[in-house]
Design a binder for this molecule. Structure first.
Ligand SMILES: [Zn+2]
Length: 277
């Protein structure tokens, strides 16, 4: 196997100009129990449109649904509090259904997905992401912990080099299993006078898979700085030095939210602590 872990996907498949996915948005989302299982269903479909998702915002929004450390096993009963239903509904309101359960539509004519299955899928993708992150940061304790979550036993390897090689292979194998969830179209851009690849996915969750695949294969991301998780909202972001909050809730916003005066007004700007970016 090639000793180089990351490869630039753009060099392999050409230039990807945009990612489009069918957006399954509804006016309302609600929970219904069918045959003993909980489903999130959409009510009053809005027009289905292809939306563009660039960068990693979508993937990191999905991961921010995980509110506490992953359990050893991903059964729904262990994940109920880890991926709370309120957060799932909020995600749907923002992005639409992550995917649709085909059987549910065929048997009951409902558009939606099973909550336990969605939790399981998030947990699996997130565990591989954490393993990749630990590997990339050379964090041995975290590598060992996350190996267990993806079904590898740290004790099985006598030597460090062999362990790292197998992790790479395991991540690559995982990523290639969802390679057929995308399709590419060639697009011509008259302004730039060039051909570009446009990627299409069937649903939001497949776009997350794609984004994870590019994290593993895109060398650029390794030079963006440290991948951190926001102290306020838990979302991942790239930041240098002692930056603790994502762009959405930087320190000033958090501070001012926590320090509203009795009249409900914010302190004047000059009393706010300096923002470190
Ligand atoms: Zn944040």
């Amino acid at each position: 196997m090639n000793d180089q872990f990351t490869r630039d996907l753009a060099n392999e498949v050409g230039r990807i100009a945009s990612v489009e996915t069918l957006n399954m948005k509804f006016a309302e989302y609600f929970i219904r129990t069918i045959d003993g299982k909980d489903y999130v269903l959409g009510k009053n479909k809005k027009k289905g449109v292809f939306c563009e998702f660039n960068e990693y915002k979508l993937l990191f929004s999905l991961f921010s649904l995980v509110k506490s450390p992953l359990p050893r096993y991903f059964d729904n009963k262990y994940l109920i509090n880890v991926v709370p239903i309120e957060a799932i509904l909020q995600f749907c309101t923002e992005y639409g259904l992550p995917y649709e359960d085909k059987n549910l539509w065929e048997e009951h004519r409902y558009a939606g997905f099973e909550v336990g299955h969605f939790r399981y899928r998030i947990a699996v993708l997130y565990s591989f992401f954490l393993l990749w992150k630990a590997f990339y940061e050379n964090d041995e304790a975290s590598i060992n912990l996350n190996m267990l979550l993806v079904g590898l036993k740290p004790a099985d390897y006598s030597d460090h080099k062999q362990k790292r090689a197998h992790i790479k292979e395991w991540l690559a194998r995982y990523v290639t299993t969802f390679g057929n969830h995308f399709s590419f179209e060639v697009d011509y851009n008259a302004v730039k006078d060039g051909f570009f690849l446009k990627l299409r996915t069937r649903n939001i969750f497949d776009t997350c898979y794609y984004q994870f695949a590019t994290l593993l294969t895109n060398e650029d991301v390794l030079f963006k700085g440290n991948l951190k998780s926001c102290k306020a909202c838990n979302a991942f972001f790239w930041g240098h030095g002692n930056k603790r909050y994502c762009e959405k809730c930087n320190r000033k916003t958090v501070w001012s939210r926590n320090h509203k005066n009795k009249k409900g007004e914010l302190f004047p700007e000059k009393y706010l602590p300096p923002v470190s970016l």
